[in-house]
Write a protein that binds this ligand. Structure first.
Ligand code: FES
Ligand SMILES: [Fe+2]
Length: 421
């Protein structure tokens, strides 16, 4: 059994024993114990409990739209390649060259902002080992004297990474025994299918690094509409908190959902953000029912995917938990193809991004302040409004995973402290 530190064991014990009421009905539910957001030993535990076992957002299929396109990304520190091979099949490969480890396609720019490149093969920049788009080694110079290339070709390939495509969004999992993702997303499927998200196309992304709050704080803030009337009093009038609604969450669910209906005459939160007046009329995604046309749907697939699904676009925030108190987020708005073909699409996208930035900046201030307050001796455990009904749902998602990992890490039970060393 791998050894775990006594400090990690201690904080896991404190968080789990302090979390008994976190999944109560909303009227009596509590925030997770503060150490779950601030303690680096707990973050290490969370990496095993959550990040190493869960489905992590990689990219959208449209970001490798043609055969031969390869997109390099970093996911939880792992260099990963999303490939559309010459047979038009999607593959996800490790970018780590199997000679001495130089990442393939490194040096093409910051991993989260690169666009795909079209290639016939992938050549490692270090010693020029060459791989086909399906990951097989095809060439390796100066190897005949030790291991002939014909033999290398039989045995060497880029490791393949498990993936699922959910309405065009590619999720990967570094664990071979984690349950499949799709069966856990039935509630999302029912609501989301009509948006035909696999056909949407991305605008230029916006990258934020080193945000000074815990990844769970991000999800909590994004999932509760309570703050929107106050933190975003000038930017969120198109979708007021009082028009929010919630969905059931059951154990095993992979998504947490909430919605907010638009005030009369609105259909776009971001474009309406400056004054309540739309800055541009965005065409709607065709074929939506009246329910979908009347509201924003907020979708969390923890720990890395959050989406704001609107009648005109889908905003995806790709979340990277970096440490207990640091998070990276890349925001990308996906539009119907017809919108991207509008002559003023550039200005439309700029306007939407400007609206998004206004809202994000307001959230960054409050989320950082709350993260700091978690270290206060007077930090509260919360008394929730009905508009925070998603918080105990999100805690359920987390606690299922924390408890499972506790049993894996310390099989003799939490009382067996000798197991921790
Ligand atoms: S590390 Fe890639 S060829 Fe040597
Ligand atoms: Fe907000």
């Amino acid at each position: 059994m791998p050894t775990r530190s006594a400090a990690e064991f201690g904080v896991v014990e404190r968080v789990l024993s302090g979390a008994a009421h976190c999944i109560d009905p909303v009227a009596t539910a509590e925030i997770l114990p503060a150490e779950a957001y601030t303690n680096e030993d707990f973050f290490r535990f969370e990496q095993r409990a959550v990040m190493n076992r869960e489905w992590l957002y990689l990219a959208h299929v449209s970001q490798v739209s043609e055969p031969g396109e390869v997109l390099a990304r970093q996911v939880m520190g792992e260099p990963v390649l999303l490939v559309r091979d010459t047979s038009d099949d999607i593959r996800v490969l490790s970018a780590v060259c199997q000679h001495r480890g130089h990442p393939l396609l490194a040096g093409l720019g910051a991993p989260d902002t690169t666009t795909a490149v079209k290639l016939n093969s992938m050549v490692c920049p270090y010693h020029a080992w060459t791989y086909a788009l399906d990951g097989r080694l095809t060439g390796a110079p100066y190897m005949r004297e030790t291991t002939p290339v014909s033999q290398l070709r039989e045995t060497v390939a880029l490791p393949t990474i498990r993936f699922e495509i959910i309405h065009g969004f590619v999720f990967i999992n570094f664990s071979s025994d984690a349950p499949d993702l799709a069966p856990s997303l039935a509630k999302l499927d029912e609501l989301f299918a009509q948006y035909r998200a696999a056909e949407l196309l991305p605008g230029a992304p916006f990258v934020r690094t080193g945000l000074a709050f815990n990844w769970k704080g991000y999800f909590e803030n994004s999932l509760e509409p309570y703050h929107t009337d106050f933190v975003h009093s000038d930017t969120h009038q198109a979708a007021p908190a009082r028009l929010s609604g919630f969905f059931d969450y059951e154990e095993g669910d992979g998504q947490i959902l909430t919605y907010t209906r638009f005030a009369d005459g609105e259909n776009d939160l971001l474009g309406a953000s400056d004054s309540g007046q739309p800055v541009a009329e965005l065409p709607e995604i065709s074929g939506l029912d009246d329910e979908a046309r009347s509201r924003l749907l907020f979708v969390a697939i923890p720990p890395t995917f959050f989406a704001v699904v609107s009648p005109t676009s889908v905003l995806v925030e790709a979340v990277t938990p970096v440490s207990a108190g640091s998070t990276h987020i890349v925001s990308t708005i996906f539009y119907p193809k017809s919108t991207t073909e509008l002559p003023d699409f550039g200005a439309i996208h700029d306007g939407e991004m400007a609206g998004l930035r206004s809202i994000q900046l307001q959230d960054e201030v409050t989320q950082s302040a709350v993260q700091e307050a978690l270290t206060s001796r007077f930090a509260p455990r919360g008394i929730f409004s009905w508009l925070e009904a998603t918080l105990p749902q999100f805690y359920s998602w987390n606690l299922e995973r924390y408890r499972a990992e506790r049993h894996r890490s310390w099989p003799a039970g939490i009382g067996g402290s000798e197991e921790s060393e």
